[in-house]
Design a binder for this molecule. Structure first.
Ligand SMILES: [Zn+2]
Length: 320
């Protein structure tokens, strides 16, 4: 497992321990300040024990139940007369959303319950995800830049941009090809999406297709060669692993890379793995669909056609 997740887990563990210790100290303080509370608590504990014993022997424990009710009431009255909040005896978690478990249960649209990473974990992960993502090479490429203004004269583009932004905030951007001539904000939008993901603690990577291709070629070499220095092998494995597994991958500028014998196979392999594991890929390219088909052949185009949504970036064409 990635060590960053281990680190986050131990931070949560420490938070839980810390809040338990604080809670114990607080309870002890209250009880030593007000011994009469401790005495009622002792009676409550004894009564519960008796109830258990009676029920084990098959006897009625109604009498103890009444006593217990009475004691609980006395305790509540005592607490309120002393101005002590019953919540003062409970641990206060660092994160109230997940109680420091790191997970929250969300109900999906079809009524199913799903565990999700809590915001507190995401915010711990965000700095790491940002530095790994490569978006820092594109300063200012962010939804915060308010790029709506670029598209003032193109309402359809403005709408597309707005929708992509909303999907990015939810971490639900579909596989997509942004195509069209340069200077229409394809890379800007793709990087802004990746940044949004990383800021939310999701794993993201922005890489030019030319670099991705080099990385995959290197990986191929490492696999095929008899000997590679161990450090080098690990480094390539790690990079290719991230390329394959990150939650969102932006393959920037498809089509300008030099063609090699393996270009199409490597690309297909990468996309197939990502599609299978449900990870999002965004491709940007200056090519139109016809030219892409010509350049990469039917199998690649087929994959794109079936699994990706094509978004023309221009001034006038239709949006989402
Ligand atoms: Zn939380």
């Amino acid at each position: 497992m990635d060590s960053v997740y281990e680190d986050v887990r131990s931070i949560l563990e420490n938070r839980r321990i810390r809040s338990e210790i604080l809670q114990q100290m607080k309870s002890e303080k209250i009880l030593s300040d007000h011994p009469e509370i401790a005495s009622i608590e002792q009676q409550i504990a004894l009564t519960k024990e008796q109830m258990l014993l009676e029920s084990l022997e098959g006897n009625s424990s109604d009498r103890q139940a009444l006593e217990l009710k009475d004691l609980e009431k006395k305790k509540a009255d005592l607490l309120s007369s002393l101005g002590v909040d019953p919540k003062d005896f409970q641990a206060v978690p660092f994160c109230s959303k997940c109680g420091d478990t790191g997970y929250v249960v969300k109900t999906t649209k079809d009524g199913q319950q799903r565990e999700e990473l809590c915001e507190c974990i995401r915010s711990l992960l965000a700095p790491v995800m940002l530095s790994r993502s490569g978006v820092e090479k594109y300063p200012g490429y962010s939804f915060d830049a308010g790029a709506e203004r670029f598209y003032v004269s193109a309402p359809a583009m403005q709408e597309l941009y707005g929708k992509l932004r909303q999907l990015a905030e939810k971490g639900k951007v579909p596989n997509a090809v942004f195509y069209g001539s340069s200077g229409k904000g394809k890379t800007f939008t793709a990087v802004a999406i990746a940044r949004e993901y990383a800021n939310a603690g999701r794993s993201a990577m922005v890489i030019r297709q030319a670099e991705a291709q080099e990385l995959m070629m290197e990986h191929r070499k490492v696999i095929q060669s008899f000997y590679t220095p161990r450090g080098k092998e690990k480094e390539v494995e790690k990079k290719v692993g991230y390329l394959t597994e990150c939650d969102i991958l932006v393959l920037d500028d498809l089509g300008v890379e030099a063609r090699t014998a393996n270009t199409e196979a490597d690309l297909l392999n990468l996309l197939d793995t990502r599609i299978l594991s449900g990870k999002t890929t965004i491709i940007t390219t200056n090519y139109d669909m016809e030219s892409l088909k010509e350049r990469y052949g039917g199998r690649f185009f087929d994959r794109i056609d079936r699994n990706f949504r094509m978004f023309p970036f221009s001034g006038s064409e239709k949006a989402l």
